[in-house]
Design a protein around this ligand. Structure first.
Ligand code: GLU
Length: 547
């Protein structure tokens, strides 16, 4: 009898679940290999929380010799944007997240478990739904919007749980003959699960992060196939993760409360239950209170924010690993130059109480990340950013490539490593005054500090230029400044000055500040000796002549 109903509901479906079971056999992977996926809706937006999850899931799969695949969840047509798939793939590629299988663009894909785009899997979902109808485990529901509202109002009045369940599930008890008649009459319907659950009973499951959790059983007759013939998230999750042979469902904690329903679906469909891993939500401190990072309020919620602001991917990934596994930070300190892929991540170490995300801490991580780059890396990554977001700077960097790398190389090795760059957008501030094109364009900033007499300044500069020799080593160079200081009545050493300040006009620092300010227009710069050397005597003279 149910066969007649099933055929009427899905007249075009002739394949059976057995067919698909054979088509998508168990994967032949080594013991312990994790097969997991990224399953976004193609909305064109990658949330930092999705990146957090993808960064973990892809590494976890790789670490175990498993598979990380992309599945596009586009069964909710309203939310999609054009180019949604390339936006996702490229948005994640920026952060080194790559897929072993899945769509490679709107029309191509790789892997043996596809199609990996849900809207192309309609027949598969319907074959399983058909078999559930045939077994009496699912049924067509004809309730209109008005009828569903009526049910909701009644439940509100009675102050009981909302939903389509038990006595409220009107179509659940309809006779098959009546169902058949209504379909034959051309009435619209959807397919609902005939839930066997009892909310007074409990189900238990073990989440890899959260441990064992107990929930009441699901008794909602949820929609599995919508009026457009496409599945709901819940049904597609069960079918896809089973047929694609997912071992670990790694997803956001907003799905935690749906687990009883998902366990029920897997059981009713006769599928093996995967391991669930519910990732903590990314939180931020908002004036002392903790809240979710929001797409609407926080620009840093978008993964694209980091690229636009010139925060290197290495820093973002390091920071995301910091908030994922608390032992990552100390590992990174011990292995500053190692690839983050050498770190073994542990799902058990993920905190359950929401991951705190802080842009100030990220900037700090980023400073250290960039401090560990070579000057060439800083140059090439900085240039790549500037090409897109600060074209003028990019042109200057290219016109003075060796000089720029030389400047970026100052204090990059040894004990005192410079940490003045936390994002590529800091490069302008760090570099522009060193390019003559910019230096001579802008009014000279002469905050001379202690020495302010213009004549004295000029004579210091003239004398200094006479004694300056590009071939001096650092000690000789500094001794010359000391000699010059002494000659003008300034102490050779700061210590000496501090002991008897009344004997001097000031100290060697005041004189070198004059040289620094005349040369750069700034009080603070990287090592002056190195800058002078890179500029060369001719450019130094030109800059001094401006005073
Ligand atoms: N499409 C779902 C989402 O974007 C996927 C959840 C999952 O990974 O199962 O939230």
């Amino acid at each position: 009898m149910s066969k007649e109903l099933a055929d009427l509901v899905f007249p075009n479906i002739d394949k059976t679940p057995e067919y698909y079971e054979e088509l998508y056999p168990k994967r032949n992977l080594k013991e312990g290999a994790v097969v997991t996926r990224f399953a976004p809706s193609p909305t064109g937006f990658i949330h930092i929380g999705s990146l957090f999850t993808a960064n973990f899931a892809s590494r976890f799969a790789r670490q175990t010799g498993g598979v990380y695949y992309l599945r596009i969840e586009d069964t909710d047509g309203k939310r999609e944007v054009e180019n949604g798939i390339p936006l996702i793939i490229n948005g994640l590629k920026v952060f080194d997240v790559k897929f072993d299988e899945g769509p490679t663009d709107e029309t191509h894909e790789s892997g043996n478990y596809g199609p990996y785009i849900q809207s192309k899997r309609k027949e598969i979902y319907q074959a399983y739904a058909k078999s559930l109808v045939e077994k009496g485990l699912a049924y067509p529901c004809f309730c209109s919007e008005d009828e569903l509202n009526e049910i909701r109002e009644k439940q509100e009045k009675l102050k009981i749980r909302p939903g389509y369940y038990g006595q409220f599930a009107r179509c659940r008890t309809m006779s098959e003959a009546q169902m058949i008649e209504r379909i034959k009459n051309g009435e619209k319907f959807i397919i609902r699960l005939k839930s066997p659950g009892n909310p007074n009973k409990k189900v238990r499951y073990t989440d890899l992060i959260r441990g064992t959790i107990e929930f009441p059983e699901n008794d909602q007759d949820i929609v599995i196939i919508k009026s457009d013939g496409l599945p709901t998230y819940h049904f597609a999750h069960a079918i896809d993760d089973h047929l694609m042979r997912t071992t670990h469902v790694i997803r956001g904690e907003e799905w935690l409360s749906s687990v009883p329903l998902h366990l029920q679906l897997f059981e009713m469909l006769g599928f093996e239950i995967p391991t669930y891993v519910h990732m903590p939500t990314i939180m931020k401190d908002d004036n002392g209170s903790k809240r979710k990072i929001s797409k609407r309020k926080d620009p840093e919620a978008a993964a694209s924010y980091y690229k636009e602001n010139g925060i290197p991917k290495e820093a973002v990934l390091d920071y995301l690993l910091n908030i994922l596994n608390s032992n990552y930070e100390s590992w990174r300190k011990e292995n500053p130059k190692a690839s983050s892929y050498d770190f073994i991540i542990s799902p058990e170490k993920i905190s359950v109480s929401g991951a705190m995300f802080d842009l100030v801490k990220l900037a700090d991580v980023s400073k250290n990340t960039i401090a560990n780059f070579t000057a060439e890396e800083v140059y090439s990554q900085g240039l790549e950013w500037a090409e897109e977001f600060d074209k003028d700077l990019a042109d200057l960097m290219k016109a003075h490539k060796d000089f720029t790398i030389g400047i970026l190389n100052i204090e990059r090795t040894g004990t005192k490593i410079r940490k003045d760059i936390s994002k590529w957008s800091d490069l302008r501030e760090n570099l522009e005054y060193l390019y003559d094109e910019v230096f001579f364009e802008k009014p000279h900033n002469d905050e001379w500090q202690n020495i302010t007499d213009k004549e004295e300044i000029k004579s210091i500069l003239t004398e200094y230029l006479n004694m300056y020799d590009e071939n001096d080593d650092k000690d000789t160079w500094f001794n010359k400044i000391k000699d010059l200081s002494e000659k003008h009545g300034y102490a050779r050493e700061v210590k000496e000055y501090k002991k008897n300040p009344e004997n001097f006009k000031g100290h060697v620092g005041d004189v070198s500040t004059v040289i620094r300010v005349a040369l750069t227009g700034r009080k603070n710069t990287p090592d002056l000796y190195e800058i002078l050397k890179l500029m060369g005597k001719e450019r130094i003279a030109k800059r001094f002549a401006r005073i």
